[in-house]
Design a protein around this ligand. Structure first.
Ligand SMILES: Cc1ncc(COP(=O)(O)O)c(C=O)c1O
Length: 388
């Protein structure tokens, strides 16, 4: 561990404040460090390992694909990406998919698609995209610009122009912004994840959808964190009874392999044409085979189970000592606590439980497949840390 730490700090760009933990292997919701100490993981690699570590079914699908074909260019057809695109479209009510490798790239494609749609239909200048204050959409120059947090808008400028930021829940301001700007799209996370696990008010979402329809402003839902079963529906927009024009997702989609997907609805299904966008690795057959094995299992019964686990966690935590409130949906939960989140996280780590933070909250994003026994064991340790 000492060697790894020293070499990490010498040779790896200094962008992450790592915890003093080296994970060497895992199975299901359990990770092990190099000494064999066990940790129940309520973070899942930040909502990525949908079925936990080294899931048998997922491994089989991925390994079979590695043996058959690890990569070819997008100049040729491959089966896994077509199969996955069909599944995504049928399950999400969308028409076509563009595959990339990450959440930021999935959002880049969403933004490019919205701007091209508007350009082809209305000409130059109608390109503004309204995003929300406190949002998070990625780390590229454009997705940083889309992120509605001033702290991300320094030192790397100039940023991509054409984003304005709305206050979540403020309907009159939303009307003003759509009146004052030539808008191509409104982009939202239904639950702001990095922003502190804050759910948007349902009436605000309904107003966005209404305005979008009235003014032909595209609705983009960033489901990078909320997608793929995380909130107890396959995609979080399904809680609110509407279908967006564009949906971006990544993280949990391929169960631990890098894959981004931008799903295109009826209005924009033909907006992207040959040469207008592309990716070398996007739609990689191994990642897509992993994703098919994930999506295949996220059926209604599985989603009902995710909601049950969520109810269990809430029942355990709401009103418990040290807990101010619990926010979020499904297995994407934020805990406002009386102790600093950092201290709670450190105590959990020492006690063998991995949890995350989001702003001032402790954030839980366990594998969707976590068993009730493991969940009970981890929540008991978390409760002790919260109550200290
Ligand atoms: C809502 C949302 N959008 C986009 C991103 C960026 O994803 P990636 O890190 O895969 O580029 C994240 C990552 O946390 C996210 O939570």
């Amino acid at each position: 561990m000492a060697d790894i730490k020293a070499n990490d700090s010498t040779y790896i760009a200094n962008t992450y404040a790592r915890f003093p933990l080296q994970i060497v292997k895992g199975k299901g919701a359990v990770a092990y460090d190099e000494t064999g100490k066990k940790y129940i993981d309520l973070g899942a690699g930040i909502a990525v390992n949908s079925f936990g570590y080294a899931d048998d079914f997922w491994q089989e699908a991925v390994i079979a694909q590695v043996r058959a074909l690890q990569h070819t260019s997008n100049l040729y057809y491959t089966e896994p990406c077509v199969k996955l695109a069909k599944m995504l479209c049928e399950r999400a009510g969308m028409c076509r998919v563009f595959f990339s490798n990450s959440g930021a790239e999935a959002n880049e494609c969403a933004i490019k698609t919205a701007r091209r749609y508007s350009f082809l239909k209305y000409g130059e200048g109608r390109h503004t995209i309204i995003t929300l204050k406190n949002s998070f959409h990625g780390r590229t120059i454009t997705t940083l610009a889309a992120t509605g947090q001033d702290s991300f808008h320094t030192e790397f400028g100039p940023f991509t122009e054409g984003f304005v930021y709305a206050t979540p829940g403020d309907i009159p301001e939303l009307h003003r912004l759509t009146d004052e700007n030539a808008c191509a799209a409104i982009m939202i996370e239904t639950i702001q994840g990095e922003g502190g696990v804050n759910e948007l008010p349902a009436d605000y979402i309904a107003e966005i959808v209404k305005l979008g329809k009235e003014k032909d402003i595209l609705i983009i839902v960033d489901e990078v964190q909320t997608g793929n079963g995380r909130t107890g529906e396959l995609y979080s927009f399904m809680h609110y009874g509407f279908t967006p024009d564009i949906v971006s997702t990544a993280k949990g989609l391929a169960g631990g392999l890098p894959l981004g997907a931008t799903m295109l609805g009826e209005k924009v299904k033909d907006t992207l044409t040959p040469g207008s966008h592309g990716s070398t690795f996007g739609g990689n057959p191994v990642c897509c085979a992993g994703a098919v094995s994930v999506l295949e299992r996220i059926d209604d019964a599985f989603l009902a189970d995710v909601r049950k686990k969520s109810d269990y966690i809430r029942a355990q935590l709401e009103g418990a000592p040290g807990v101010v409130s619990v926010s979020g949906r499904g297995l994407m939960l934020g805990i406002e606590c009386t102790r600093p989140a950092k201290e709670v996280i450190a105590d959990c780590l020492a006690g063998g439980v991995l949890v995350l933070s989001a702003k001032t909250k402790v954030r839980l994003l366990p594998p969707l497949s976590i068993g009730f026994d493991e969940l009970a064991e981890a929540i008991a340790i978390l409760k002790e840390a919260l109550a200290k």
